[in-house]
Write a protein that binds this ligand. Sequence first.
Ligand code: HIS
Length: 319
Amino acid sequence: MPSHKPIIGLDDAIGSRAKALRTMQGKLLDLFDESGYEEVIPPMLERPDALKSGAGRFLADQTVVFSDPAGAGTLAIRSDMTPQIARIAATRLQGEEVLKLCYSGTVMLARPDQRGGSRQQWQTGVECLGVAGAAGDIEVMHLAARTMQAAGFNKPVLQVGHIGLLKALVKGCTAPLETWTALLSRRSPDDLTEVMNGENMPEAARQALLDLATGNSGKQWIENHIGAINDDFDAAASELLSLVNEVGGKMEGSVSVYADAAIMPRFLYHSAILFAGFAEGVAHAVLHGGRYDAMMKAHGRDMPATGFSCDLWALIDTV
Ligand SMILES: N[C@@H](Cc1c[nH]c[nH+]1)C(=O)O
């Protein structure tokens, strides 16, 4: 008798659940299509380098790799589709200056995520490449807001951060960036203090990191810290505040936009603004996005790039 024991973190979708996913997928793909985003369907498998390029260790830790029986060497099951879009933009679509692409497919995580313990996501999102300056960020954030509305969330909120703030606060520290993002994502001041005790860092930066871990890090907080940390902090803070001002002023419907220095990336390829979408009655972020020009550069095509993704399974479970 073969073992029919389920694999932890993986599940079948049957009947109404499968239907709910397809309905949600149709709504979002229609919205992306109307907004001028063309669908791409990349394969489930990639060379590990294509997923790791410019993406930091965290993505590598989340990626299942195996040896290909057909002789193609080591292959990876994708854990995120954004690096696949980066690869496509840098290789197959090199001739096009502006690329507006969307996707919807299964990704596999090596470890269950904290939210529902699932190792499978139906990642759906958009990537806007080649639109310079704040315009690309603004377009993508508008589409993120409309996505939350189309999905049926009540009182959607976009919280916008900037990875440059954290990089400025831990400048000169020995612990790698992923240690700090993990500590801050867990909002754990005690663990953070322990790591900070091993670092020689200015008192203002130490206190600021504790504020981030306790969630006291909105617009007022950012404004109060300009001039108190270093020039890198000030540059990221002013980019963030002016972007939020611009997006917030134009946001349609009932979507609110706030600056929050504590918004952390899921993966480590973002190089400027970051955002997360929240909604009434949902404890976790329902979408993640940000700007990743540096990852494009690592893929060999230096161009501006911003996008966001969400997990359709999480959307249908929470909406
Ligand atoms: N793929 C990222 C979000 C993103 C898309 N584009 C840029 N960032 C994530 O799932 O966290």
